[in-house]
Design a protein around this ligand. Structure first.
Ligand code: HEC
Length: 345
């Protein structure tokens, strides 16, 4: 079950904490509220370097198989005290420095790929210079003894990535690729394949199927994915780890469109598990309540408390039901997708 702390983190997230987001659940004021300005304060030299490099790196290294920037612990165990990347006291021999200079041996000569680190310094995107990184490595302290010990303090909330949003939405709403594209056609890979124009299909520009413009004949599928914060490795586009206005807008539209598809899809029990569109709050109030409770659990992974269920019913479901039962379920489903518990992980 999520804690109040994670909820506060989720709320802070909605206002976009940028590079400091990995730390929102950490420093708090005595009254339990996030302490605003101090949230970004570095807790050590290593943390200061992490926060300084983050704008250049975290777009690709906050999750995935090299999540160096997910937390201080990840930064220290994955990068700082990994001899492959950082040799204590020897900046010239450290691959990390070579990567910043674009001279590292092996497949990854330069980080970030495609854009010299010096340029990021020059443009003010990052403030830490390469010589400051070198000085830090020269004086780097020995690893802390507890480096390998899991710490309960390291629990973090982050926004769902665009990939996670697409995959979990399809799953939760009982939708498949076939609801958007015509995979049943034997020749589908070679055809312009969007079968449901205007249905808000979303697909990463670098996932298969979809690598060429021919596959994704509706270019907006990729644009929407990027609006949700998704990256595109083929275009060197970093994922956006914050949750900004464009992600919010895209999620509003996709939640409404996809919930509509889920409700309209024949025999789909994802949204309408215990009711049909003939059941209403007057005709079958128990079924409506049961379905609301179930939908909340399905979308958010925990049962609602009574007050929250009541608010959802009175503020979202009922006003829409006055227009139609279909609209009420589409709206309730979409509201749950914009809930802080849904957006965060
Ligand atoms: C545009 C995306 C992107 C950005 C930004 C980026 N990286 Fe990477 N990085 C990658 C990819 C892709 C790989 C290799 C794939 C993998 O193993 O995950 C990688 C691998 C690495 C590795 C491991 C290399 C190896 O030999 O295993 C290190 C270390 C690294 N990056 C550090 C950084 C640092 C430090 C920054 C910021 C200065 C940064 N990266 C910025 C995409 C990026």
């Amino acid at each position: 079950m999520r804690t109040l702390r994670s909820l506060l983190g989720a709320v802070a997230l909605a206002f976009g904490l940028g590079a400091c987001f990995g730390d929102v659940s950490h420093p708090q004021g005595g009254d339990g509220t996030p302490d605003g300005g101090d949230t970004c304060a570095a807790s050590s030299d290593n943390d200061a370097v992490r926060l300084a490099l983050a704008p250049a790196c975290e777009g690709c290294h906050v999750n995935g198989n090299k999540p160096f920037f997910a937390s201080l612990a990840a930064f220290e165990s994955g990068l700082v005290y990994n001899e492959r990347f950082v040799k204590r006291g020897d900046p010239e021999g450290s691959v990390l420095v070579q990567m910043l200079k674009g001279t590292a041996p092996g497949s990854y000569a330069q980080m970030p790929p495609g854009q010299p680190y010096e340029q990021l310094v020059a443009s003010g995107r990052v403030t830490m210079t390469i010589s400051q990184v070198e000085a830090w490595i020269r004086d780097l302290k020995a690893p802390p003894a507890q480096l390998e010990t899991p710490s309960p303090e390291e629990f973090r909330v982050r926004r769902l990535s665009a990939e996670e949003m697409v995959v979990s939405l399809m799953d939760q709403l009982g939708l498949t690729l076939e609801d958007f594209v015509s995979t049943s056609n034997p020749d589908w890979r070679n055809r312009a394949y969007v079968v449901n124009w205007g249905k808000f299909f979303i697909w990463p520009g670098d996932w298969s199927p979809g690598i060429s413009g021919e596959y994704v004949s509706d270019l907006r599928t990729v644009e929407r994915f990027e609006a949700l914060g998704g990256g595109n490795s083929l275009a060197y586009r970093k994922k956006d780890t914050t949750f900004g206005p464009s992600a919010g807008q895209a999620l509003v539209q996709v939640s409404q469109a996809w919930c509509g598809r889920a409700v309209d899809k024949p025999n789909n029990k994802a949204v309408l598990r215990f009711v049909t569109l003939a059941d209403t709050s007057t005709k079958n109030p128990d079924a409506v309540q049961k379905n609301l409770r179930n939908l909340y659990l399905r979308m958010l992974g925990q049962p609602p408390d009574d007050a929250e269920l009541k608010a959802l019913y009175e503020q979202v479901y009922l006003p829409l039901e006055a227009q139609s039962a279909r609209l009420a379920w589409v709206g309730t489903c979409a509201a749950l997708i914009r809930h802080p518990l849904w957006i965060t992980y």
